[in-house]
Design a protein around this ligand. Structure first.
Ligand code: PLP
Length: 394
């Protein structure tokens, strides 16, 4: 018999994609659409990526280049990633601590299965990337949604302490954050690490911190993007080349376990077990090598910063309330009516496409992805303005 829950998930689809597809239909009819739904980079990968890809294409025979890669990734790729992390972040990694994955999605799905299959729950700070919940529910568990500070979306350590139940096995932290654009401060993350240490002792089991960091390089105005494994040894660093290197469709990322973390060898073996048992094997052979050769290269994030300045400045001037986004490429806007879905539907009628915060565990807000061309932002401003007037924001 086919699992009804899986059928339901598969049929309900993804709200972001549904809205984006509506936009695509409208565009086909010749309508001008302002699509702020999908977090897919709008700028080219750094030049070195194309050069490296061409080097591989020209130098390596196809039968070797497109062969199956080892399930955990090429040893040379793992070595390069480990060396890069060690050099850049000052935390020691060895090649065997790194697994190459299909982006952070695979890291999260694998880790959730590994850490929750034996029971227990996951926890994340709201607002959060919606898929965390599915990954937890897919293993028969659930996600504890811990609130952040109202309006600022900064970490609320007192709330975290209350939410950290004895059966929490993993805490997912995403900074810079999708959807709020908030970058958690070193001070708050140090406090969180101390809280986790204390709770581990109290509950007498490890609490793993899953650092979901695909937006690591996307921080503006010289702000620090803290490397979480530096603060807490039971951290699994999950990274992706989707955002900072603008390669979302090539599906390359990795997870890295600190060599000294509790249960390191079993955890790594169990991840390999899930990778095998669930078919998450063999990340693109060429792309993992290209990405590893380009480590440290980042797309021109100045483009996103300019987009942020334009959109944030214009919308707040119109009377919309929004936390200042210091990273990633999202703006999280308080909706002028309590029902964010109704506001999204209203905006949709004007071909302005945004995503309700309900999808991120935070009703009353909408996510505006500003990884779009500048013309889309400029063209959308009269519509935002008209909505602001209609809702009496000015
Ligand atoms: N985590 C967060 C917070 C994201 O925003 C995304 C994608 O938008 C992912 C994980 C998954 O990205 P990928 O699998 O492309 O690395």
């Amino acid at each position: 018999m086919i699992d009804k829950q899986l059928v339901a998930w598969g049929s309900s689809g993804n709200i972001i994609r549904e809205i984006a597809e509506y936009g695509a239909e409208q565009a086909k009819k010749g309508e001008t659409v302002y699509n702020f739904t999908i977090g897919s980079p709008s700028i080219d990968p750094p030049g070195i990526v194309r050069e490296t890809m061409e080097r591989y294409l020209n130098a390596v025979p196809a039968a070797k280049l497109f062969t199956y890669a080892p399930a955990a990734g090429y040893p040379a790729v793992r070595e390069k990633i480990a060396g890069y992390l060690t050099k850049t972040h000052g935390v020691d990694y060895r090649a065997q601590d790194v697994l190459v994955t299909c982006g952070t999605s695979t890291c999260l799905a694998v880790l959730t299965r590994v850490l929750l299959s034996g029971g227990g729950r996951a926890m994340a700070f709201a607002p959060y990337f919606m898929d965390y919940k599915y990954y937890a529910e897919a293993v028969g568990s659930s996600l504890i949604e811990c609130p952040t500070e109202a309006g600022t979306f900064r970490l609320d350590l007192a709330a975290a302490e209350r939410a950290l139940a004895p059966d929490v096995q993993m805490l997912v932290v995403n900074t810079p954050n999708n959807p709020s654009g908030v970058v958690f401060s070193r001070e708050s993350l140090t406090g969180l690490a101390a809280l986790l240490e204390r709770k581990q002792r109290e509950y007498a089991h490890p609490i793993y911190l899953v650092a979901d960091g695909p937006y690591r390089e996307l921080v503006y105005d010289g702000l620090e993007s803290v490397f979480l494994p530096e603060l807490y040894k039971n951290t699994i660093d999950c990274y992706s080349f989707s955002k900072g290197m603008s390669l979302p469709g090539e599906r390359v990322g990795f997870m890295a376990l600190r060599a000294d973390m509790d249960g390191h060898d079993d955890l790594l073996a169990a991840c390999m077990g899930v990778i095998r048992a669930f078919g998450y094997i063999c990340v693109s052979s060429m792309w993992q090598q290209v990405a590893a050769d380009c480590l440290g290269a980042t797309s021109d994030v100045g483009v996103y910063r300019a987009n942020r300045d334009l959109l944030y400045g214009a919308l707040t001037e119109m009377g919309y309330a929004c936390v200042h986004p210091d990273g990633a490429f999202y703006l999280f806007l308080k909706t002028p009516e309590p029902d964010a879905q109704a506001f999204c539907r209203r905006a949709m009628r004007e071909n302005l496409l945004i995503v309700p915060g309900d999808a991120f565990g935070t009703p009353g807000y909408v996510r505006v992805a500003y990884c779009v061309d500048r013309g889309t932002i400029e063209g959308s401003l009269p519509t935002w303005e008209a909505l602001a007037r209609e809702y009496g924001l000015k």
